[in-house]
Design a protein around this ligand. Structure first.
Ligand SMILES: *Cc1c(COP(=O)(O)O)cnc(C)c1O
Length: 322
C-alpha cells in the first residue's frame, strides 16, 4: 500500500507555494532561505493540519461518520481546521478544549464558533481525555461520531506529510532546487514523522529538523521518542519496509524554554523581521518560535552561505489576533 491507495478527502489548495526570502537572506548574511507556504492551504486561514485532515477525514467519511470530534488548546489551529473541514462537508463538529470559557472570544476560538463547532470546556484535560464519554453520548443520541486524534498525529494523519514531500519534490525537480535543510515547528510530531518517512522514501539528502515548541516535559516519553515511534509506525502503516534509527531524528529543543504559548524575545524578533522584511505573518506559538530557531542557527554559523534552507510555514496566523 502507498499513500495513493488511501481515501483522501480534498480540503485544501495544493501544492502550496514555495518562494525565496531574499531580504531575510541578505539581512542575516547566511544561507539562501526559502519558505513553503502551508499557511496558505486555504482551510479557514490554512495550516499544516489540513494535510493530515485530508487523510483522517477521508477515513471518517469512508466509515459513514456524520460528526467529527477532536481536542486541543483554546487557540488550537488543529481544532479550527477540523471545524472548517466539518462545515465544508456538512458534518457536525465537537471540540473539547483545555481550560475554561474565557470572557473574551478571540483568534482561533472565535473562528471555531463562527464555523459552527460545539465547544466543550475540559479544564486541565487538555489532550482529549474526555472524548470517549462525549463520543458515547453522541452515539446514544443517534450520531455517528469519528474522533480525529490529538493534533492529527497518528500514522494516517502523518501520511499527509509523507505526501507533502512528494508534492515538494514535484515542485522543485523542474527548477532543480536542492535543499540542504528543511526546518519547521514540531509539537505533536505528525509533521516531522511524515517528513522523515518521505525523505527516506524519496532518498533525499536534506536534513529534516524540527524545532520543539513545548517545554521539555515530565511526560513518560520525550517528544523525540514519540516522533521516532510515530515515524516508524507511519513507515510500517504504509508498508515501506523502512526503519528509522534514532540518529536520523533531528529535533532541536533549545528554543522552547519559555513554554507553550509564552512568547520569548527571540520569537518576537522573528515575527517582526518576517513581517517587516518579507510581508509574511508568523504566529506567536509555533512558526514564530521555529523561525527564531532558524535565525539563531544562521547567526551561530550552523549553515554554509551556499546552502539552501527551506522553512516550512505551518500556519497558525489566527493566533496573532488572540
Ligand atoms: C500543529 C502545529 C504545528 C506542529 O505540528 P505537529 O505535527 O503537531 O508537530 C506547527 N505549527 C502550527 C501552526 C500548528 O498548528
Amino acid at each position: 500500500m502507498t499513500h495513493l491507495d488511501l481515501a483522501r478527502q480534498p480540503l485544501g489548495f495544493f501544492p502550496t507555494p514555495i518562494h525565496e526570502l531574499p531580504h531575510l537572506t541578505r539581512l542575516l548574511g547566511g544561507p539562501r532561505l526559502f519558505i513553503k507556504r502551508d499557511d496558505l492551504t486555504g482551510l479557514a486561514c490554512g495550516g499544516n493540519k489540513t494535510r493530515k485532515l485530508e487523510f483522517l477525514v477521508g477515513q471518517a467519511l469512508a466509515e459513514g461518520a456524520d460528526t467529527l470530534i477532536t481536542a486541543g488548546a483554546m487557540q488550537s489551529n488543529h481544532c479550527r481546521q477540523t471545524a472548517a473541514a466539518a462545515a465544508s462537508l456538512g458534518l457536525a463538529c465537537h471540540l473539547v478544549l483545555g481550560g475554561s470559557e474565557p470572557t473574551a472570544v478571540t483568534g482561533n476560538l472565535l473562528l471555531d464558533q463562527l464555523l459552527g463547532a460545539s465547544i466543550h470546556w475540559a479544564g486541565d484535560h487538555r489532550k482529549g481525555e474526555d472524548i470517549p464519554i462525549l463520543a458515547e453520548q453522541l452515539r446514544i443520541s443517534g450520531r455517528r461520531p469519528f474522533t480525529v486524534p490529538y493534533g492529527g498525529s497518528t500514522a494516517l494523519g502523518a501520511t499527509g506529510f509523507v505526501e507533502a514531500l512528494y508534492e515538494l519534490d514535484r515542485q522543485t525537480s523542474a527548477p532543480g532546487l536542492d535543499f540542504d535543510h528543511l526546518i519547521f515547528a514540531s509539537s505533536s510530531g505528525g509533521t516531522q514523522a511524515g517528513l522523515m518517512v518521505g525523505k527516506r522514501l524519496l532518498k533525499k539528502p536534506y536534513q529534516v529538523t524540527g524545532i520543539a515548541i513545548d517545554k521539555v516535559g515530565e511526560a513518560e516519553k520525550s517528544l523525540g521518542e514519540l516522533i521516532l515511534e510515530l515515524a516508524n509506525a507511519t513507515a510500517r502503516f504504509l508498508g515501506t519496509g523502512i526503519r528509522l534509527a534514532p540518529a536520523e531524528l533531528h529535533l532541536d529543543e533549545g528554543y522552547s524554554g519559555s513554554g507553550y504559548g509564552e512568547i520569548s524575545p527571540g520569537d518576537r524578533e522573528a515575527i517582526h523581521l518576517l513581517a517587516r522584511y518579507e510581508g509574511i505573518l508568523l504566529d506567536p506559538v509555533y512558526t514564530g518560535r521555529a523561525m527564531a530557531g532558524l535565525i539563531d542557527k544562521v547567526r551561530q554559523g550552523c549553515f554554509r552561505r551556499d546552502e539552501k534552507v527551506l522553512f516550512w510555514h505551518t500556519g497558525g496566523t489566527p493566533a496573532l489576533f488572540a
